[in-house]
Design a binder for this molecule. Structure first.
Ligand SMILES: Cc1cc2nc3c(=O)[nH]c(=O)nc-3n(C[C@H](O)[C@H](O)[C@H](O)COP(=O)(O)OP(=O)(O)OC[C@H]3O[C@@H](n4cnc5c(N)ncnc54)[C@H](O)[C@@H]3O)c2cc1C
Length: 414
């Protein structure tokens, strides 16, 4: 595949853009692959990419029932941070954040990574103590975060009302290297790189069954026929329990809708990401000028990918006290995605009771930021059967009670 560069743009400008190739191929399925990855979201695509790049495994199919990046990967609010409390979380999220820094160059695709800084506001004594504790933990984990006082918060976010009547801002957990990236571009960049390595991206192909023999995976049934495989990676977020059911085991996952929305575009107003977890809302500004706003999950399990009015009302109302300027904005559009929640709010990267089947799920409301690190670890797990980054995120933790409790860092925040 031809490289994207300034010279390519100039050349194509001169010949009326007639020479661009398709970014990825749409082949017919082969009879057999060494590895099948189910789910062409960011995590599935990144898993395939590092399987090829790091482990030289390129006879790979990525099977997607819709279009690539059309699940949560294309529906999230793109927040990237690694300020988690527990050591295994900090390690995998920081690996991901670090990979994001060079991802555009690595993939030769502009993922628009924007490390603009991220603040988690403390609006109660309890949050203040929790975030200060996270700063201490992060310092020990080599994750750069610091505690900042209200004055500095106001300087970074002039539109913030730090003296709110109910929840004044008492300070913030600040990660200067946190930020955002363009979510579609992350999926498209990985997809193009996978296709370039000779992997098959099979869109509009639903996995309808998992075939096993003597406790080992041998293939999948799909809407385009049966396909054999040596190993199977299930990376389908909100549909993880459905796929696990097909393979004959259960996962400690609950699926529910998480919603987000954007305002009408306005002039540059806020150049950091701000999360107000106490009132349950967060906000950043997109390159187009829209304020990107999100809140909490639905209060019941469901497989809905639509928004609902009461979420927009509740979250926007909650944020208005802290950001009075948004009270006069029109909200433009709203959507939802199906997030996969575990009890300890940490992901699952694991072998399963069926030999040759691996799962990567449970990223819940916060997996966009983890895509490169998760793909890197998952590829290692699939290729070698063990990954130090994934070791503590196995299914064994639910049997042994070795939970990785991230309810403060991930229960509300994304
Ligand atoms: C509104 C919202 C806001 C969010 N905000 C953030 C944020 O700011 N920061 C952050 O870090 N995270 C955020 N997240 C979470 C993040 O989006 C997800 O954790 C992440 O995108 C999960 O990626 P994935 O690749 O695992 O799943 P997905 O992108 O959902 O991909 C899974 C794919 O599997 C496919 N699939 C399912 N079943 C089958 C089948 N039977 N056969 C074939 N294919 C199948 C689906 O079609 C889908 O494309 C947010 C999520 C939502 C919904």
């Amino acid at each position: 595949m031809r490289r994207y560069s300034i010279f390519a743009v100039a050349r194509e400008a001169l010949r009326y853009h007639s020479g661009w190739e398709k970014a990825w191929a749409s082949p017919e399925p082969k009879k057999r692959y060494d590895v099948i990855v189910v789910g062409a979201g960011g995590h599935g695509l990144a898993t395939a990419y590092y399987l090829g790049k790091v482990h030289g495994i390129k006879n790979v199919a990525i099977i997607e029932k819709g279009w690539l990046g059309g699940g949560n990967t294309g529906r999230n609010t793109t927040i990237i941070r690694s300020n988690y409390l527990q050591d295994p979380s900090a390690a995998i999220y920081e690996k991901a954040r670090a990979l994001y820094e060079g991802l555009s160059q690595d993939l030769n695709y502009n993922v628009m990574f924007s490390p603009r800084g991220l603040l988690m506001l403390a609006q109660s004594e309890h949050e203040m103590r929790g975030y200060k504790r996270t700063v201490y933990a992060n310092n020990l984990q080599n994750v750069e975060t610091r505690w900042i006082e209200p004055k500095e918060v106001k300087k970074l976010v002039p539109i913030l009302n730090i003296a709110g009547p109910r929840y004044p801002v008492l300070g913030a957990l600040y990660q200067e290297k946190g930020g955002t990236a363009r979510h579609d571009a992350v999926a498209w960049g990985y997809a193009r790189a996978c296709s370039d390595m000779g992997m098959d991206l099979l869109q509009n192909t639903e996995v309808t069954g998992v075939r096993t023999a003597e406790g080992k995976v041998v293939g999948v049934d799909t809407s385009r026929g049966a396909i054999d495989c040596g190993k199977l990676a299930i990376v389908v977020a909100g549909h993880s329990s459905v796929l696990a059911g097909m393979a004959g085991f259960r996962l400690p996952i609950e699926s529910m809708a998480l919603q987000a929305w954007v305002s009408e575009p306005i002039k540059p107003t806020i150049d950091v990401v701000v999360m107000a977890n106490l009132v349950h809302g967060y906000m950043s500004q997109s390159d187009k000028g829209e304020l990107v706003i999100g809140g909490g999950t639905d209060g019941f399990n469901n497989y809905s990918q639509r928004g609902s009015w009461h979420h927009v009302e509740e979250t926007t109302r909650a944020l208005i006290e802290t950001f009075p300027v948004i009270s006069r904005l029109k909200m433009l559009r709203q959507w939802g995605g199906i997030v996969d929640m575990t009890g300890d709010r940490s992901p699952i990267l694991s072998k399963t009771p069926v030999e040759g089947i691996f799962v990567n799920c449970g990223w819940g409301t916060g997996g966009f930021k983890a895509i490169p690190g998760s793909g890197f670890a998952m590829a290692e797990l699939v290729a070698k059967g063990y990954s130090p980054l994934a070791a503590e995120f196995g299914l064994h933790r639910f049997k042994e009670g070795q939970f990785i409790d991230e309810s403060v860092a991930a229960g509300v925040a994304h």
